[in-house]
Design a protein around this ligand. Structure first.
Ligand code: NAD
Length: 350
């Protein structure tokens, strides 16, 4: 399927976008173009060893002229839209960037795609994959799962901006016929994740003997998926998904925030025997406003359509991920030193 395709990846220097580029690089593809604003969350180090496999257009999605230019230069058969402001805590402090990048940015991308697709004679091979989150569906109680027909109920500025972008992608299909596919997925984890996210943050704090801040009682439940499993699913969604459709991609691996942090501590205990138990560093902090209690996904439609299943169990994936952050301290320490405002994090995580 991928041979001879030209693919435009937005946000290709981000955590998930870089894994998309790495996996595409192994597929004998004609051309990969990465469109990325290179925000604080971007890091081209994630693509070390792959530099010859893609061309980079440094551009912001808010700039409609740059986005049009990127289509003219890349001439994509496939667009994979992974660019977004992605950190919930930052969206609470400063929602403006989320509206610009996620809402206006997606609007500009869809308009440029529509323009390009019309000029190309509305190729029926063209696809635009819009990547989104399960957070658009709001919060679940103890039982039940989100499905493709769940109603939207976003609670944070981040999830509201993602919900808006989902609606835009679907509307451009219904109104203009632009072949979009939308996927919604739970929490991703794995190597190369920006060190403000839960797992890398906790490993970094534990190594440095700092407290491990847990919102409220830590009972919130999230579904966790390894980024390589998620990206395999995304590529299958492009290949096998129906245009105009939505798919939930889920691992079924539900964990409380507390159990994730305890899992990290167990792995740290095995590595740094003399410092065990790391669980002594866990500290409850005031809960995040609007904190959703539980997210869980019913991925049966996607699995039936594509034959996909997750290959990495959470226990194994978490242990390997903790080891990766232990082994790759220079990477995240440099990011902390350069781009990470410690004072600000101090406010968020106390
Ligand atoms: P990330 O923050 O690691 O990377 C985002 C990338 O997008 C960065 O390289 C950044 O420079 C770029 N970017 C941001 N704003 C831009 C703009 N206006 N124009 C051009 N580039 C811009 O994010 P991620 O974790 O890789 O997430 C990728 C996508 O997957 C997002 O749409 C996110 O909502 C979605 N998603 C993420 C998760 C998760 O757990 N990480 C889960 C479900 C869905």
């Amino acid at each position: 399927y991928w041979k001879d395709k030209r693919v435009l990846v937005t946000g290709g220097a981000g955590f998930i976008g870089a894994e998309i580029v790495r996996q595409l690089s192994c597929l004998n593809i004609k051309e990969i173009t990465v469109l990325d604003k290179l925000t604080y969350a971007a890091d081209l180090g994630r693509l070390e060893g792959f530099q010859n496999r893609f061309s980079l257009k440094k551009a912001a999605l808010e700039n409609s002229v740059s986005v049009k230019d990127a289509f003219r230069d890349a001439q994509p058969d496939i667009v994979i839209h992974a660019a977004a402001e992605s950190h919930v805590d930052r969206s609470i402090d400063g929602p403006g960037d989320f509206i610009q990048s996620n809402v206006i940015g997606t609007f500009n991308l869809l308009q440029a795609a529509l323009n390009f697709w019309n000029e190309q004679g509305k190729s029926n091979q063209f696809r635009l994959l819009h990547i989104s989150t399960d957070e658009v569906y709001g919060s679940l109680g103890e039982s039940g799962f989100f499905s493709e027909t769940s109603s939207y109920d976003p609670r944070s500025p981040y999830s509201a901006s993602k919900a808006a972008s989902d609606h835009l992608a679907k509307a451009w299909w219904h109104t203009y016929g632009l072949p979009t596919i939308t996927t919604n997925c739970g929490n991703n984890y794995g190597p190369w994740q920006f060190p403000e996210k839960l797992i890398p943050l906790m490993v970094a704090n534990a190594i440095d003997n700092k407290s491990l801040p847990l919102y409220g009682d830590g009972s919130q439940i999230r579904e966790w998926i390894h980024v390589t499993d998620h990206v395999e699913a995304l590529l299958l969604a492009v290949e096998k998904g129906d245009i105009g459709d939505t798919y939930l991609i889920g691992s079924g691996e539900e964990q409380t925030n507390r159990s994730v942090v305890e899992g990290i501590c167990d792995r740290m205990d095995q590595t740094y025997l003399e410092r065990a138990p790391f669980s002594g560093l866990i500290k409850s902090v005031e809960d995040r406003p609007g904190h959703d209690q539980r997210y869980a996904l019913d991925a049966s439609k996607f699995k039936a359509r594509t034959g996909w299943f997750p290959k990495i169990t959470f226990d194994k994936g978490l242990a390997d991920t903790v080891d990766w952050y232990i082994e790759n301290q220079p990477w995240w320490r440099q990011i902390q030193a350069e781009t990470y405002n410690q004072e600000r994090l101090g406010v968020i995580f106390k």
